[in-house]
Write a protein of this length. Structure first.
Length: 234
C-alpha cells in the first residue's frame, strides 16, 4: 500500500492492541547448514521461504540459551557482578547468569547452580521475573531471568572459577540506584537493563507480576524444538 506521494505504508495490525503478544510464526527453512561449529555456540546459515514469494538467506548464532538471577536482599539491594566481556572489550555490571549448557538440567536448577557458582549464595524464594530474546535478529538465545530472595551463604561458599570467572567483584546496589544507572547509560548489559526495570515495575505493583518459578517458557520450548538452538543432552 502506498500513499498519495508514493511512499510505502506499513500494514496496520487488525487485532486488539491490548491483546498483542509475540507468537509462533514458523516459515519454511528449505536449507540449513552449519558454517562453524563453535566451542559454545554454532554459526548457521538458513535459506528461508517467507511464504510470499520471497526467499532469503539468514545467518545466525545457534545458542544454547541462558538463565539469569536477580538476587534481591532484605534491604532492597540487587547483586551485580563485574565481568569482562571480550566481544565488546568491556567489563560490565550484570546479574548472575549462565548458559543452559548442562545436559537435561532444568532452567530453574541451572539458575540455582549459577547463583552458587558466581555468588556463593542460595535462595529460599524463586520466581520468574522476565523472559527475553537477547538478539533475535542474529541469535537464537532465549533468556529467563529469575528473582531470587531469602538469600543465605551457600555451604562451602563460591567454588573457584575459570577464565573470566576467576575474579568476579560483586556489588550490592539499591534497586532504585540500579534503575537510575540503567537510564543514565552507566549499566548497558541487556540482562541488567531488563531485570532492573522489570524488578522496579514489579515492586511498584506489589510483586503481583511475578510468575511461579516453574512457569511455562513457551519461547524456549519453541526455539529448542525448532532445531535453531544448540541443545546439550545426555
Amino acid at each position: 500500500m502506498t500513499d498519495d506521494a508514493g511512499y510505502v505504508l506499513p500494514p496496520t495490525w487488525a487485532g486488539d492492541p491490548a491483546a498483542l503478544a509475540d507468537d509462533a510464526d514458523e516459515r519454511i527453512t528449505t536449507r540449513s547448514e552449519t558454517l562453524h561449529p563453535g566451542m559454545v555456540w554454532d554459526l548457521r546459515r538458513d535459506t528461508v521461504d517467507l511464504g510470499d514469494g520471497q526467499t532469503v538467506v539468514r545467518e545466525y548464532v545457534a545458542h544454547p540459551g541462558a538463565v539469569g538471577v536477580l538476587a534481591l536482599d532484605d534491604r532492597d539491594r540487587v547483586l551485580l557482578i563485574r565481568q569482562y566481556r571480550h566481544p565488546v572489550g568491556m567489563s560490565l555490571w550484570e546479574p548472575v547468569a549462565g548458559l543452559l549448557d548442562v545436559a537435561d538440567e532444568s532452567p530453574l536448577a541451572g539458575a540455582a547452580r549459577e547463583l552458587v557458582e558466581e555468588a556463593g549464595l542460595v535462595a529460599a524464594d524463586w520466581a520468574v521475573l522476565v523472559d527475553l530474546e537477547n538478539s533475535p535478529g542474529g541469535s537464537s538465545e532465549t533468556i529467563r531471568c529469575y528473582l531470587a530472595r531469602g538469600l543465605s551463604p551457600a555451604p562451602g561458599g563460591r567454588p573457584p572459577g575459570d577464565g573470566e570467572e576467576r575474579d568476579l567483584p560483586i556489588a550490592w546496589v539499591p534497586l532504585d540506584d540500579a534503575v537510575e544507572a540503567v537510564l543514565a547509560g552507566r549499566f548497558t548489559a541487556p540482562l541488567t537493563v531488563a531485570a532492573s526495570l522489570a524488578a522496579s515495575v514489579s515492586r511498584s505493583a506489589g510483586w503481583r507480576t511475578l510468575r511461579p518459578a516453574d512457569a511455562p517458557w513457551p519461547q524456549r520450548v519453541r526455539v529448542a524444538g525448532s532445531g535453531r538452538a544448540r541443545i546439550y543432552s545426555s
